[in-house]
Write a protein that binds this ligand. Structure first.
Ligand code: ZN
Length: 60
């Protein structure tokens, strides 16, 4: 059994090694978004809240 250390972006559905946890609308729901979507949704977004970064590879 292989442990899948990969998440997909909630916005574009692409998998990425690094995702950003954020709220991007007034539903106050936490989503994971990729680098490309991050710059997209964080600009001019009054609902945008940054909640941390998720990485597939954890540093030891
Ligand atoms: Zn994305």
């Amino acid at each position: 059994m292989t442990r899948q250390r990969e998440k997909v972006c909630d916005r574009c559905q692409n998998s990425a090694p690094v995702l950003y946890r954020a709220q991007i609308d007034d539903t106050e729901r936490w989503v994971f978004i990729c680098d490309a979507c991050y710059s997209d949704v964080s600009q001019n977004n009054p609902h945008y809240i940054y909640g941390g970064t998720w990485k597939a590879q954890k540093k030891k």
